[in-house]
Design a protein around this ligand. Structure first.
Ligand code: FES
Length: 120
């Protein structure tokens, strides 16, 4: 049973579907978008979507494991940096600079026309 959270996001079973066209931030490669408090399967999380190229998108939890600020994607360095205290994560989600001591989980993502199907 579809459970519509927002007009452009739908959580259905284990998959969160996001309509790419709804986000100007995802028009160009290198762009990213944080979407807060979405439901994926049985968990609620905030996510960061990175557009790596015209055909490749990556999705992670955006929640810094230090004190829960939302990380940003740094295109020039190809990594994530937390704006609060500078924790840094690589593109596998692994923390490479503290104070965070935990990694940010990466989600599976399938591109289906103009939609992203995100799952655990
Ligand atoms: Fe991210 Fe502190 S909350 S570094």
């Amino acid at each position: 049973r579809a459970n519509s959270i927002r007009h452009n996001i739908e959580s259905n079973g284990n998959t969160l579907t996001v309509n790419i066209d709804d986000y100007d931030e995802l028009k160009e490669a290198g762009g990213f978008k944080v979407i807060k408090e979405v439901t994926i399967g049985e968990i609620t999380d905030s996510i960061i979507i990175v557009k790596k190229s015209d055909t490749e998108y990556l999705v992670y939890s955006s929640v810094c494991r230090h004190k829960k600020c939302n990380v940003k994607y740094k295109k020039d360095r190809d990594l994530f940096v937390c704006p609060c205290h500078g924790s840094t994560y690589d593109m596998s989600g692994k923390v490479i600079k503290g104070p965070s001591q935990g990694d940010i989980p990466k989600y599976h993502v399938k591109v289906n026309n103009n939609k992203l199907e995100i799952s655990i």
